[in-house]
Design a protein around this ligand. Structure first.
Ligand code: BTN
Length: 237
């Protein structure tokens, strides 16, 4: 059993919003979970379609924002390992920066935000029961149930928190190196030609993995460019 304190709500606008408010009053190592979200938020100002039966939660804990890259690696890997723990045969992979894919379609997204003081908010949405229409998303989407994997979402959350704690301690006691290598071993389409879109700008190159700070490594002729933010589109080998 993990020592995270879980606060469960029937409905919230966004678990990240609630977490940001609670982080204000200095609570730590808490999880805000909601059965439903009326205004779920995604990365880069997008909305997160919060369908019934899916898992929505936000972790609040003290964290040094300078190590945010390590946290991105730890959290996405932890969701992937949780799926693997329940369903060892699942075809799961990681799409930079922090999407988890199942059968090459998005099953989980996360939104990491800075809270008051030294608190960080890690908001995670897992498509457990349903997935949004592909037409409203930039990428194909899937849910665990649609892929034939049935799991209780509260059990999923408990397992995730345990795996997260193990990875977090591993990182604190060692460094991010082993977790980074593990992340890359699950990276979706390493070595593919990709385009990274950042607002109106585009950068092309070969997806060469990630560095110790979670930045994407883009190979461009004889140089490697580090990408800090953006959306990745795959163009094939
Ligand atoms: C993304 O892929 O764009 C990130 C999606 C993050 C969604 C989760 S659901 C729980 C938490 N609350 C929110 O409003 N957003 C995150």
């Amino acid at each position: 059993m993990s020592d995270w304190q879980i606060f469960k709500y029937a409905e919230l606008d966004s678990t990240n919003n609630k977490a940001l408010k609670l982080a204000d009053v200095g609570r730590q190592k808490i999880v805000i979970q909601a059965e439903q979200q009326t205004a779920g938020r995604g990365r880069r100002g997008r909305s997160w379609s919060s369908l019934a039966g899916n898992l929505f939660f936000s972790q609040v804990f003290a964290f040094d924002m300078q190590s945010i890259g390590a946290l991105v690696i730890i959290c996405s890997l932890s969701v992937l390992q949780t799926i693997k723990d329940f369903f060892p045969q699942a075809d799961v992979s990681l799409k930079w920066p922090n999407d988890v894919l199942l059968n090459q379609a998005k099953v989980c997204g996360m939104l990491i935000e800075k809270g008051e003081g030294n608190n960080i908010i890690v908001g995670i949405g897992v498509n457990v029961a349903q997935s949004p229409e592909n037409s409203v998303m930039m990428y194909p989407t899937i849910s665990l149930t649609e892929a034939g994997y049935n799991v209780n979402k509260d059990s999923f959350l408990q397992k995730y928190l345990q795996v997260f704690d193990e990875n977090f301690i591993n990182w604190q006691q060692n460094n991010i190196s082993a977790l980074r290598q593990l992340w890359e071993s699950y990276a979706y389409r390493l070595g593919d030609n990709i385009v990274v879109r950042q607002n109106s700008q585009e950068e092309g190159g070969i997806f060469g993995g990630i560095d110790e700070n979670g930045n994407l490594l883009l190979q461009q002729n004889d140089r490697i460019k580090k990408i800090i933010v953006g959306d990745v589109f795959y163009l094939g080998k």
